[in-house]
Design a protein around this ligand. Structure first.
Ligand SMILES: Nc1ncnc2c1ncn2[C@@H]1O[C@H](COP(=O)(O)OP(=O)(O)OP(=O)(O)O)[C@@H](O)[C@H]1O
Length: 360
């Protein structure tokens, strides 16, 4: 039986092209869906949710047929056990936060075990908001309540359509670890649409990239993001890396994490040893040396090879450094590049402070 598999063949005519998709996704972790505006990301989510009645094809999720247009099968949205989180929170304005949550709980998906109410409130961080009326919540608070409400519905698949797009960057930064933690804790698979490389780098395990109604790339987030062609023209260059918590050092307020065979230090976090984590490292945080650092305050210094490089404008060079299994994107000035006489294939040491790493 194909449990944890979402398989779909979809054909949906749109104004300028057809949404034409044929995919088999292992429902494990968070799938990010990226692509330029109008390429069909929302249409894909709407087809999966059962909101597009004109779609032809088949959708099978966890061995259950949601759509088979040849056989005349079309399960309505409420029978698919899906949670849908939109850009705007869409809470009931006449109910307070608790009222919104109770309403969701009463209508929970009977095919899934209910998630413990208190655990959801705690993970989403809204315990202090329960008696508030909806109009007294900030945008970020509303979105947290919307997330909790959707979880209390006991979905077997969460679809998120740019859920952070209407929030400022600091609200996004506080909600992203919460979304990642929810996925890890409750093990609900997520399909997450986003325009933002910064969001996808923190959240997605796997990625689909769409163009004009079709999937043009599919792979792990770290494979697809940590490439020069992906980074060179974007606003912020960064790497998305996968690591595991090793141990904590409360005396120094540090946590050691393992990234491939390397041991790195970051600010202390409260995740137990063995927890998988996503590490985001801005390319400008990295310095390169030709020898291992000695007598330096910089805690992280790992050997790497320059896999490829590309000029970025007139004054910077972007390098892709191979660490073993994973690759790191690093940005240095052209002056440093010339001074070190770097070229592809060189062995270097990538150095960065513990505070330079963001761990989600
Ligand atoms: N109901 C509809 N009927 C026909 N065409 C539609 C309909 N809704 C959207 N479209 C068109 O389908 C294409 C895909 O739209 P969709 O909203 O899925 O894209 P998107 O990738 O989510 O875009 P964005 O990132 O801007 O939200 C667009 O060209 C859009 O104009």
């Amino acid at each position: 039986m194909d449990s944890n598999i979402l398989q779909f063949t979809l054909d949906l005519p749109r104004d300028y092209f057809h949404i034409s998709l044929n995919q088999r996704l292992t429902l494990d972790g968070i799938w990010g869906v990226m692509g330029s505006s109008g390429c069909g990301k929302t249409s894909l989510l709407r087809c999966l949710a059962g909101l597009e009645t004109g779609v032809q094809g088949r959708i099978i999720c966890n061995s259950r047929t949601w759509l088979d247009s040849e056989q005349g099968i079309f399960l309505p949205p409420e029978q698919r056990g899906i949670g849908y989180i939109f850009q705007e929170a869409r809470l009931f304005p006449h109910l307070n936060v608790m009222g919104n949550l109770r309403f969701a709980r009463k209508r929970a998906n009977p095919d899934q075990p209910a998630l413990p109410f208190d655990d959801v409130i705690q993970q989403v961080g809204i315990g202090h908001l329960l008696e508030r009326t909806v109009d007294k919540l900030s945008g970020g608070e509303k979105q947290r309540v919307a997330i909790a409400r959707t979880l209390l519905n006991a979905p077997s698949l969460l679809l998120m359509d740019e859920p952070l797009a209407s929030l400022d960057w600091s609200s996004r930064l506080s909600i992203m670890p919460c979304l990642k933690q929810i996925q890890r804790e409750f093990k609900i698979p997520v399909v997450f649409v986003s325009h933002s490389k910064e969001e996808v780098a923190r959240l997605a395990d796997n990625l689909l990239r769409m163009h004009q109604g079709q999937v043009i790339e599919k792979g792990t987030c770290r494979q697809l993001l940590n490439r020069l062609e992906e980074q060179v023209n974007s606003d912020q260059q960064l790497s998305a890396l996968d690591a595991t918590v090793m141990e904590h050092d409360p005396d120094y307020g540090l946590t050691a994490i393992q990234l491939d065979q390397h041991r790195l230090y970051t600010g202390q976090m409260n995740k137990p040893a063995g927890t998988p984590v996503r590490v985001v490292l801005p390319a400008s945080e990295i310095s390169l040396t030709l020898e291992p650092l000695q007598s330096s305050s910089i805690l992280n210094c790992i050997p790497a090879h320059i896999a490829s490089l590309q000029e970025q404008g007139h004054h910077h060079v972007l390098l892709r450094l191979s660490l073993g299994e994973q690759a790191l994107i690093c940005q240095i000035t052209r002056k440093s590049f010339d001074a070190l006489q770097l070229s592809a294939g060189n062995r270097v040491f990538a150095c960065f402070k513990a505070s330079g790493l963001e761990v989600v």
